[in-house]
Write a protein that binds this ligand. Structure first.
Ligand SMILES: C[S@@+](CC[C@H](N)C(=O)[O-])C[C@H]1O[C@@H](n2cnc3c(N)ncnc32)[C@H](O)[C@@H]1O
Length: 250
């Protein structure tokens, strides 16, 4: 048992406890996750996700992995963009997540949309794929929940093929003049919404705190570069409420 510490929201915990605590949050929020996302972001998360997918220029034979895919919003958009059921499609799209509750909801949504792709239970920090396999890896709102973000990034780098790219959509550091209002909204209102609609104030308190503890735009960029990604850039959306980071394996 290691004594190394990490954060779970604002609390300091043993590194060995983090994955279990994050798992409890997502088992707990899974059934209300989509409703809460719509409420908390005023529907903006759909626009952010569509924007991410619009930046994902992939060929008809591309292999794409959606990590921390949860309730499958990104996988559904990617599947539609790639035309996974068209005769021209020769590639592969995999929806994945470490959490069975989130993965099941995502898989059911994919089926309801008439999209039949694999939904795979897997940990981003230990990916069950061979080296140089994928042309693109996407992660939407997943990386901040991972215990060892560097390990996840290095695993993604390993499974990407040369020329392949990573696209990360994540909450980030909001534009300074908006910080006060954003904090009021996040800390005062969001946990209350969680209590009212999902009967789960604590999970939403964690989600808000985890956003504050997540590395800002420049720090995540640096972290990606340290894990060997090239041409790393980020784009702020909604004044930095979220950012898209892109990087390549060359
Ligand atoms: C906030 S949800 C995002 C779901 C979806 N991508 C979206 O954008 O709506 C975060 C997801 O990250 C997953 N997750 C956390 N740690 C993970 C890990 N180490 N490997 C894979 N997925 C992980 C959680 O289970 C959860 O489903």
């Amino acid at each position: 048992m290691t004594n190394k510490k990490t954060h779970f929201g604002f609390s300091e915990i043993n590194i060995s406890q983090k994955a279990g605590k994050v798992a409890s949050v997502f088992h707990s929020v899974a059934s209300n996750y989509d409703l809460m996302n719509d409420l908390m972001s005023f529907g903006m998360h759909h626009i952010w996700k569509k924007f991410l997918v619009s930046t994902c220029h992939v060929k008809k034979d591309a292999r794409i992995l959606d990590i921390a895919g949860g309730t499958a919003d990104l996988s559904i958009l990617l599947a539609k963009k790639m035309g996974v059921h068209s005769s021209q499609f020769k590639g592969q799209l995999i929806h994945s997540d470490i959490n069975l509750s989130m993965l099941n909801i995502g898989r059911n949504k994919l089926i309801d949309e008439g999209i039949f792709i694999p939904s795979l239970l897997c940990d981003a920090e230990s990916l069950p794929f061979s080296d140089n396999y994928f042309d693109c890896v996407t992660i939407g709102f997943g990386i901040r929940n991972m215990t060892d973000k560097k390990k996840a990034l290095s695993e993604i780098y390993r499974v990407l093929s040369p020329g392949g790219k990573i696209l990360i959509l994540e909450f980030s550091k909001v534009w300074r003049p908006l910080q006060f209002f954003y904090d009021q909204f996040s800390f005062k209102l969001l946990p209350k919404l969680g209590k009212l609609f999902a009967k789960d104030e604590l999970s939403y308190q964690y989600l808000v705190e985890s956003i504050r503890m997540h590395p800002d735009q420049e720090s995540l960029k640096k972290m990606m570069e340290e894990e060997s990604f090239s041409k790393v850039e980020f784009l702020n959306l909604s004044s930095g409420v979220v950012a898209i980071h892109v990087g390549y394996k060359f």
